[in-house]
Design a protein. Structure first.
Length: 83
């Protein structure tokens, strides 16, 4: 459920919605959702001073029943997660 909601939110923000993908990974620390977007859209998803990313994390966190859910935005150009 969180994965679908996150993908829907991000697709509404970006210019290239077909390039959005969300991958769920389970690690020792809990579950992580990795958001992959087109390199031109990473700035829109993160927002000024990270405000958009924080808002997305807040909304998805409110929908989630897990307390250890992490959301990472992956910069496809540099191939590293943005936290």
């Amino acid at each position: 459920m969180e994965t679908d909601a996150l993908e829907h939110l991000v697709r509404g923000i970006v210019d290239n919605p077909d390039d959005v993908s969300v991958r769920s990974r389970t690690l020792r620390r809990g579950r992580t959702l990795e958001v992959h977007v087109h390199p031109d859209d990473i700035g829109k998803v993160i927002g000024r001073n990270g405000r958009t990313a924080t808002a997305i994390r807040t909304v998805v966190g409110a929908l989630s029943s897990e307390s250890s859910l992490r959301i990472d935005f992956v910069d496809e150009f540099n191939r590293r997660p943005r936290r």
